[in-house]
Design a protein. Structure first.
Length: 139
């Protein structure tokens, strides 16, 4: 990780993924990491509710692992939005979201990964992005 120009991390709730995310934070690699939040592919009311529960769990696991306040992250999302990716730059967090994932959320996740990489590669001054949400550090 020390020599990597960019890092892509998939956010999950297992012990080892949380450990990997904490390593990124502890070793000060957040500014060069794209965090992807995978989502369930299936649709339907039950699946949609489960998808929202999983997203909440991933946000909480991510926030605690990288020493951010989960409430400040969740406040940036509307009720029907799905979090696809996030970037942490200069102490601020940028969330890339989608309102309607449709039948193939993998496409939305792929696009979010490309946009996040572009922002990291070119810097925020060259790419129009929404204003970041101030991150509240917890520890």
């Amino acid at each position: 990780m020390d020599n990597a120009q960019k890092i892509v991390a998939s956010v999950g709730i297992s012990h080892w993924i949380k450990w990997e995310l904490a390593q990124l934070a502890d070793r000060k690699f957040l500014d060069k990491t794209v965090f992807l939040f995978p989502t369930t592919v299936k649709s339907g009311f039950r699946i949609q509710r489960k998808r929202q529960e999983q997203q909440s769990q991933r946000i909480e696991a991510f926030a605690h692992s990288v020493h951010l306040d989960p409430a400040s992250m969740s406040a940036g999302l509307e009720k029907n939005e799905s979090l696809l990716a996030s970037l942490v730059t200069d102490g601020n967090i940028t969330l890339l979201t989608c309102r309607n994932l449709g039948g193939n959320p993998a496409n939305a996740l792929f696009l979010a990964a490309m946009v996040a990489h572009c922002v990291l590669e070119r810097g925020s001054e060259k790419v129009a992005v929404p204003p970041p949400i101030p991150a509240v550090l917890t520890g």
